[in-house]
Ligand binder design. Structure first.
Ligand SMILES: [Zn+2]
Length: 185
């Protein structure tokens, strides 16, 4: 069960990393692995603060990319839906012209993650302003904005995995309590 989740959350990483993570999980050390590496929360809670954070990064590293029209947190983007950030260009008619409004949406989940994970997802979505696909050029841009991008992405996935494992174990416990309850009747 847990190995399946590990493969699901870390799909493109080598088996020896899966094994290391499984080991940490068995020892109950997965939460500690994250909290000790990333003790720092952040204060970016509003759409305005997120917009300012995003634009500051863009102006610093991606001067030539177009400015997004809107940046905001979105409650509807969840891990279950496999989407934590979105980049959209919505075409609207404006003064007789068709204008594409660029919008960056970040899952509200990142309000409560370590600062580094918010940086990671914002960098990811900013890179999409220039590169559509997850190819070499895309990751080079990510690394240009955040040299630790790869490590943050991996650790963010581990953080998500840890949450999912916790949820799964709680559900299993509840199910077995229910089962015991009905057997006793
Ligand atoms: Zn992407």
């Amino acid at each position: 069960m847990s190995l399946q989740l590990i493969q699901q959350y870390l799909p493109s990483y080598p088996a020896h990393l899966h094994a290391q993570i499984a080991q940490l999980h068995r020892e109950g050390k997965l939460g500690h692995y994250i909290s000790q590496r990333y003790p720092q929360a952040h204060h970016i809670q509003s759409d305005k603060a997120l917009y300012d954070f995003c634009i500051a990064l863009k102006q610093r590293y991606l001067k030539n990319a177009p400015l997004p029209d809107k940046v905001h947190f979105d409650n509807r983007l969840t891990v279950e839906k496999q989407t934590l950030g979105l980049n959209t260009a919505i075409s609207r008619v404006q003064g007789g012209n068709l204008k594409a409004k660029k919008e960056i949406r970040i899952s509200a989940f990142f309000k409560t993650t370590p600062a580094e994970f918010l940086t990671m997802i914002v960098v990811h979505e900013l890179a999409h302003l220039k590169e559509r696909n997850h190819d070499k050029a895309f990751y080079q841009l990510c690394l240009h904005m955040e040299p630790n991008y790869m490590q943050y992405e991996f650790d963010c996935r581990v953080h998500l995995l840890w949450l999912a494992l916790g949820k799964m174990e709680t559900e299993l416990k509840q199910a077995s309590t229910l089962q015991r309850g009905s057997q006793e009747k």
